[in-house]
Design a protein around this ligand. Sequence first.
Ligand SMILES: [Cu+2]
Length: 385
Amino acid sequence: MPIFAFIPLLPAQHHQTTKSLAISQVRIDDYQVKLRLPEGGVYAGEPLDLEFRVTDTRQKDPIENGFKGVGGISATARVTMPSMQGMPEMRPKVHREGVPGDYGLELFFPHGGVYQIDLSLKIPGSESPKSATFTVEVKDERPAGSKVVPPFKLRVLPPKSPRVMGNTTELQMQVINTKTGQVEKSFDEAHTQKFHLLIASRDLNWFRHEHPVMAPDGTWKYSMTFPAGTDYLVFGDVAPQGQGSRILASSISVNGTKPTWNTRISLSSRSVDQGLKGILSPTGGIVTARSATLQVKLFDAKTGMPAGDTQPWLGAAGHMMIFHTDGKTVVHSHPQEDAASEALVRKGIVRFSARFPKPGTYKVYSQFSWRGSIRTLNFALKVQE
Ligand SMILES: [Cu+2]
């Protein structure tokens, strides 16, 4: 019978290899599964080959000073984030290493947080597959210094003629597998869509959230009109098939007269769009590398009454997109989805979980479906170390 175990990363266990490793281990019937985690920790934004070893506790291995490794297992793996329902799962390939009993998982964690790794192991001679579950805490991306090539990048194809403000221009985008150079064509859905296109002016005070359509060759297309001559950040929130979701960044420039809107960012907790008013809290006292709860209280601006009549949109009570003023750091935020949260939504209170990888000022866009249209509220908040 398979045994499900939840073992947190154990800090100070050492393994007899060239590198010191922390180990997380699970016992299933007569077998032991050990996940070898790098002692320095696991970081987001870096491809990682994570090894695990399966041993048979009925057979001692005098040379290894432990149990005998179990070779010939065919294994599959699923990686999920329990705190983020709706996030597409990763299905990393499992390969066999040279030593019997040693296996490897090719992983890439797009952002920090607690991930769950579920292994399903078909052990030779056993009837049904055995399951082993590990929990791994992934640290936020290392500050610049590690020059790691991410597995995917967003390419915006050059326009046929220069983009000009006020004119309709077609954005053509491709997700490129950086290892093979190939255009990715298979994606998993996240929040009912395969591609969430987020566009912001470089000053972050102008924003759009759209859903382009993919041509059979993998080119995502969206026609739009830009309001001013300036640089724009282009983000693709995508989940290449079986690889989990991630936000890929690029940028474009548009010719024309400079923005007429205020291009400075000042902290703000209040916003109104077409009669829907929102108050964000907190906007200060938030620290990095920890999950923070951000709450938006919604009101009918005309009556001042709580707006508990928002409708789900793209599979959630609300959406929140958060951009650091560096133009590169985008925070992955999800609405909290449980019975208590649903009851709060009916009172006009929508809560989000977010984790900020670095200090600074962030622009926040939050979208809700209310009385027949999508309302976009904007705020700004500060995060400290
Ligand atoms: Cu979207």
